[in-house]
Design a protein around this ligand. Structure first.
Ligand SMILES: NC(=O)c1ccc[n+]([C@@H]2O[C@H](COP(=O)([O-])OP(=O)(O)OC[C@H]3O[C@@H](n4cnc5c(N)ncnc54)[C@H](O)[C@@H]3O)[C@@H](O)[C@H]2O)c1
Length: 421
């Protein structure tokens, strides 16, 4: 049975989701993209064109979500707007009996996530959070290796991501504003937090120092692998401006404690001028594991104490004899069940991971199997990103439980007020 899917938010990530949908259709006839909505008709039309060219079927174009929900008879809504709309649009979908896949971060604040979760429970509908990084086969292998004790007991985790500089992230106006994005730390930080949770388990407490170092940002055209996805988008916040002032933290340096007793260090900045740093290492009682960059296809690296060379890919696979890719993921890797690396352009991996998110939602709707990243998991990732900001705000350590319950929310208060929460 083919279910009817709608997509709202036809910007850069919306175009990537269109490619994910096109990829899905190569393997599964689960969803049909019935409708695309964006405030800006040309953006929605560009995404509809892309789908029509690839599949021969043109989704109906809308500029109002309410109208789309009233008319399009959807089974599922894919929310890919900027973050402040996620909770309101999810609730509108549930009220129409529609299930939801929402881009990360799940909501603009923890309170936004709480109202989404309550509404999903009330209307008995699914929320799946589109957390793509963990679905990369190399992150699946990394997780299996850690669980199999490949580096002994994990003791500490190092994550450093220092990039950005003078330009506005993705040249998207909303990312400049606390009321629309929460913080730049959240944009990338939720991905890192989700991987930390996935590899190491729950985070218990966080202490961070945060700051805004580069307030004035250039609106420079994008460069790099994502550029082609953003060329059709319409800028509504700062069109015509050559610079913008950001009003939220661009740097957070934190130490954290996992519930397992392991400790972690997380350093993130979007204000690193002239030099980029990316470090991911997990140090255990017998060795160190270096997870590869998500979507690179590179193998994890394991260095064991007393051995000069990292262990080979074949030895790595022999450490996890029962590990294999699941029935949704394997078809997108030509049916391979076990692999320790792969070669594929970024755009191809990217679309496959999004296709997997769609197919998992279909499976959840049709078989009632729970989704992997539901509201609790989505909130844990956002909760860690906000824990750094809340700790930086008070200059005190914070407990994750207080962040997730909403009892510590001083930094978020302004964002909640701006969004009627
Ligand atoms: N998972 C990932 O790797 C990843 C990567 C990039 C972005 N994202 C997430 O995807 C979301 C979108 O980011 P983006 O970079 O595509 O931003 P974007 O600005 O390019 O796209 C957002 C789109 O939403 C539309 N929109 C806003 N309000 C709307 C409304 N009321 N009705 C209809 N359309 C509306 C805008 O017009 C715009 O076209 C964000 O939540 C972001 O965090 C995820």
């Amino acid at each position: 049975m083919t279910l009817r899917l709608g997509l709202v938010g036809a910007g850069g990530m919306g175009m990537r989701h269109a490619h994910g949908y096109i990829e899905l259709r190569k393997q599964f006839d689960s969803f049909g993209m019935a409708a695309i909505c964006d405030l800006h008709e040309p953006a929605a039309a560009a995404v509809a064109n892309e789908i029509e060219q690839a599949t021969g079927e043109r989704p109906q174009v809308y500029t109002s979500l309410d109208r789309m929900l009233d008319e399009a008879k959807l089974d599922a809504l894919d929310i890919v707007t900027d973050t402040r709309m996620h909770h309101g649009f999810a609730i509108a979908a549930f009220e129409h009996g529609v299930n939801v896949l929402t881009e990360k971060p799940m909501g603009v604040t923890i309170k936004a996530c709480q109202v989404m979760r309550q509404a999903a429970l009330k209307y008995k509908k699914i929320i799946s959070v589109a957390e793509n990084y963990r679905r990369d086969p190399m992150n699946r292998l990394t997780k299996a290796l850690i669980d199999a004790g490949a580096i002994g007991e994990p003791h500490f985790y190092e994550r450093i991501g220092l990039s950005g500089g003078s330009d506005l992230m993705h040249n998207t106006g909303w990312r400049a504003l606390k009321s629309r994005a929460g913080s730049m730390i959240i944009e990338q930080g939720v991905h890192d937090a989700d991987l930390m949770n996935y590899f190491m388990g729950d985070i218990e407490s966080v202490y961070a120092e945060t700051a805004i170092f580069t307030k004035t940002r250039r609106r420079a055209p994008m460069s790099g692998a994502l550029t082609k996805f953003y060329s059709h988008r319409v800028e509504d916040q700062f069109a015509g401006e050559r610079t913008v002032e950001i009003d939220q933290e661009d740097s957070a340096f934190a130490v954290l404690r996992f519930a397992s007793g392991a400790i972690g260090h997380f350093a993130m900045s979007n204000a690193s001028h002239g030099h980029t740093v990316s470090v991911d290492t997990i140090h255990g009682s017998t060795g160190t594991l270096l997870p590869p960059p998500s979507r690179s296809g590179k193998s994890p690296v394991i260095k064991l104490e007393g051995r000069e060379q990292p262990i080979s890919e074949a030895d790595m696979l022999s450490l996890v004899p029962d590990w294999e890719l699941d029935d949704i993921t394997a078809p997108f890797w030509d049916g391979a069940r076990r692999l320790a690396s792969y070669e594929m352009p970024f755009a191809d991996v990217d679309r496959k991971l999004i296709a997997i998110e769609y197919q998992e939602l279909y499976q959840a709707i049709t078989t009632k199997m729970p989704v992997e990243v539901g509201p609790e998991m989505g909130m844990k990732a956002l909760g860690f990103a906000y824990a750094t900001l809340e700790s930086g705000f008070t200059r005190q350590p914070v407990r994750m439980a207080d962040i997730l319950e909403g009892t510590v929310e001083g930094y978020q208060r302004e964002v909640n007020a701006a969004n009627g929460l």
